[in-house]
Design a protein around this ligand. Structure first.
Ligand code: BYC
Length: 335
């Protein structure tokens, strides 16, 4: 269902940007021709400064999302109901840490250090996904994050496996394989609660779905006409499918999955549209989205504080690693 297929047609029609002052038009032309031919750009290849900055913004924000995304689910590791669920959750949260590290490494190839990226996060200058500013109130939230949040993430991330910037595309291939496992484990966890659980457990699942549905739908970003970066990122092959197209694909898939689970999606306007061959859906509360993105969601302050605290608590590890590296340089035979 979450196929590797993607639609590149949406890139057509976008004009190449003019070279920036100081950029060689011949290099720019060669770059544009490579993008048009569907070639991948490697870290050492020439690239326009605006392309580099766009990638750095997106990849570092993506990395931050993975790391901040460990927090809502991590809060349930000690409270998982069985040993099996605890080991699955531990592995999943560790996977998210790994994703963050691949992505920071990919972003570093664009000339920014990890410290700089983290400073931007901790100083509130860099974004991370809006979805992680909502609280996880019950065990069913963990399964719902797997089903809906990882489900939305895969829908968005599979096309990035063919992003024009090769280090990002390569990182995404492995990430998507793991996200696919995450989505399935979430769905399976909810299916167990719905099919073998008590009425109270089934009600807990429905409550979690009610709270996570709309934030998951918002994850794809603003509507295409209000997305300032989309046209340029499509032209550069950074984005392959638009925010709205991905959102629609996600909703179409989720409706059927909700039916199998036996839960109701909290949108009375959901209706199959025979002419469009898609599900119509209700109005998205974009005020809420921008409030959360702007720092005023239920958990923004808590999430950022947790990351800053982790950075401060880790100071001794960074100092020890640097001291060890310096010693090895001075005394190559030292352990
Ligand atoms: N939350 O012009 P637009 C995961 C911002 S990790 C916050 O459409 P773009 C997972 C956007 O950054 C999920 N901000 O931008 C982890 C921009 O602001 P700036 C993360 C958002 O970049 C652990 C402004 O709105 N996935 O799945 O063309 C456990 C205008 O937007 C959001 C990625 O990062 C949002 N939801 O498109 C489980 C995927 N949406 O930068 C799961 C990679 C938009 O100008 N990123 N904004 O200040 C992307 O695909 C694109 O960056 C986006 C946005 C589709 C997110």
């Amino acid at each position: 269902m979450y196929t590797q297929a993607m639609d590149t047609a949406a890139r057509e029609g976008h004009e190449a940007p003019a070279p920036r002052p100081g950029e060689d038009p011949a290099l720019q032309q060669r770059f544009d021709a490579r993008i048009d031919a569907g070639e991948f750009i490697e870290a050492k290849d020439w690239m326009p400064e605006a392309y580099r900055r766009t990638l750095l913004r997106q990849i570092s924000q993506h990395a931050h999302s993975e790391i901040v995304g460990m927090l809502p689910e991590g809060a349930w590791i000690t409270r998982a109901p069985t040993l099996k669920r605890k080991t699955i959750l531990l592995a999943k949260v560790q996977d998210e840490a790994g994703h963050g590290l691949y992505l920071y490494a990919a972003a570093e190839t664009l000339g920014s250090s990890r410290d700089q990226m983290l400073q931007a996060l901790h100083g509130g200058r860099a974004k991370y996904s809006s979805i992680f500013n909502y609280p996880t109130l019950s065990w069913a939230d963990v399964g719902t994050i797997g089903w809906l949040v990882d489900g939305a993430a895969i829908m968005n991330q599979v096309p990035i496996c063919r992003c024009s910037y090769a280090p990002y595309a390569r990182a995404m291939v492995r990430i998507c394989r793991e996200e696919s496992f995450h989505q399935r484990q979430g769905f399976e966890s909810l299916l167990t609660l719905m099919q073998r659980g008590t009425p109270a457990q089934q009600a807990m699942v429905q409550d979690a779905v009610n709270r996570w549905w709309w934030p998951a739908v918002m994850m794809f970003g603003p509507p295409d006409e209000a997305s300032p970066h989309s046209a340029q990122s499509m032209r550069w092959g950074i984005k392959r499918v638009s925010n709205d197209e991905l959102r629609q694909k996600f909703i179409d898939a989720a409706v059927e999955q909700a039916r199998v689970l036996g839960v109701t999606l909290p949108d009375p306007a959901l209706r199959w549209n025979e002419a469009r061959q898609h599900w119509d859906f209700g109005a998205i509360d974009w005020d809420e989205f921008w409030r959360v993105v702007g720092g005023d969601g239920p958990c923004n302050a808590e999430r950022l504080a947790a990351r800053v605290q982790a950075w401060e608590d880790g100071a001794w590890v960074r100092e020890a690693a640097l001291a060890h590296a310096a010693r090895r340089q001075r005394e190559p035979l030292a352990a």
